[in-house]
Design a protein around this ligand. Structure first.
Ligand SMILES: O=C(O)CCC(=O)C(=O)O
Ligand SMILES: [Fe+2]
Length: 346
């Protein structure tokens, strides 16, 4: 038996014993992103684990108290990656609607992730054109059986291009590397401190993206809380990481985003809104009178944390020339993770 099968068998044994956490930890620590069968099995386990595991009841210290350290800051507060901790995150999200963390991803990772996104988008094109979606021939785009539904058409569907969004879980090597990165920067412990319990990712709200300049075609203003689940009960933190210089005066679209930390879901589908889930420009203009729209300048590797009450859209531009790569990772407190997003244990 080769070492690889041995690992998978050991993981299987742990699953039989009901010990998903250990099975996941085993494959994660002893496995590699470029072992396609292992990376896929790991995603299966991460999805299957959530309903099988015990999660606490939501605790009552929510919204959490915070020290309001950014009280006098105009716009989104900013910190360096070395200063990121749960208290800063609470003060950023609950005090100001978000927190910018400069230099969260190092340049080697940024380069790898951008190359990964190119590979994934290309693999999706290949698969949609009938190429074998076999583990070994096309490991970069491969949907696991536990992943339900979604925008991806595997054959004969939409025409895919080298820009667009892909669920991270549709690329097992990317999922492996992203979780490795989260561990490297201490994110699991940080989020446990933030939520007061362990958190999970999800199939549907964990996205890698290459966004083309929209140059005149606006994307929708939205609050993710409108469609994620019951906004008043879920507890979330989105880690959005720029992999390209963008926003502000950069040549690629960033995010347009309202700060202030108001905890309310705004009316959608009115005030000239193009979709039933988007907030119309007229209403955004009203809200912007008290909380102006911001378009922070990000360098590749900078990150922004915000949650499901934040109102934002992909940056609108008229003269952008560059594609923008980014990673969007929504984390949910395990006790309130919405099942329809398909929680992913990490
Ligand atoms: O990357 C983008 O342009 C959109 C991101 C977004 O809507 C989100 O992270 O919730
Ligand atoms: Fe969003």
């Amino acid at each position: 038996m080769n070492a690889h099968h041995k690992l998978l068998n050991q993981a299987e044994q742990l699953v039989q014993e009901g010990n998903y956490r250990s099975a996941i930890a085993l494959l994660e620590t002893a496995g590699r992103y470029d072992d396609p069968a292992l990376a896929q099995r790991l995603i299966e386990l991460r999805i299957q684990a959530y309903p099988e595991m015990e999660w606490p009841q939501p605790h009552s210290n929510w919204p959490p108290v915070h020290d309001n350290r950014f009280g006098s800051v105009e716009g989104f507060p900013e910190i360096g990656a070395g200063d990121l901790d749960a208290d800063a995150l609470k003060a950023g999200i609950f005090g100001k609607g978000g927190l910018i963390v400069r230099g969260l991803m190092d340049s080697a990772r940024i380069k790898t992730m951008r190359e990964n996104i190119d590979r994934v988008l290309q693999a999706r094109i290949d698969v949609s054109q009938g190429a074998e979606s076999d583990a070994h021939t096309n490991p970069w785009y491969r949907r696991c059986p536990s992943v339900q539904g979604g925008p991806a058409q595997f054959r004969g569907g939409e025409r895919y291009t080298n820009v667009g969004s892909v669920w991270s879980v549709d690329s097992p090597p990317v999922t492996f590397q992203l979780i490795e990165y989260y561990r490297e920067i201490g994110l699991p412990a940080l989020l446990t401190g933030y939520f007061g319990e362990d958190s999970v990712l999800s199939v549907r709200k964990w996205v890698v993206r290459c966004a083309a300049p929209n140059n005149g075609a606006s994307s929708g203003w939205h609050q993710d809380g409108y469609f994620l689940g019951d906004a008043s009960s879920i507890r979330t933190a989105n880690l959005w990481i720029a992999l390209t210089d963008c926003g502000g005066d950069a040549d690629a679209p960033g995010l347009e985003i309202i700060g202030g930390g108001e905890r309310k879901i705004h009316e959608t589908g009115t005030h000239g809104s193009p979709f039933n889930w988007t907030v119309g420009q007229g209403l955004v203009d009203e809200i912007a009178q008290t909380n102006p729209v911001q378009c922070p300048r990000f360098s590749a590797g900078d990150a922004l944390f915000f949650d499901h009450f934040n109102l934002h859209r992909t940056g609108f531009g008229l003269s952008h020339t560059n594609n923008r790569y980014a990673i969007e990772s929504w984390f949910f407190a395990g006790s309130t993770a919405p099942l329809k997003q398909q929680p992913v244990v990490f």
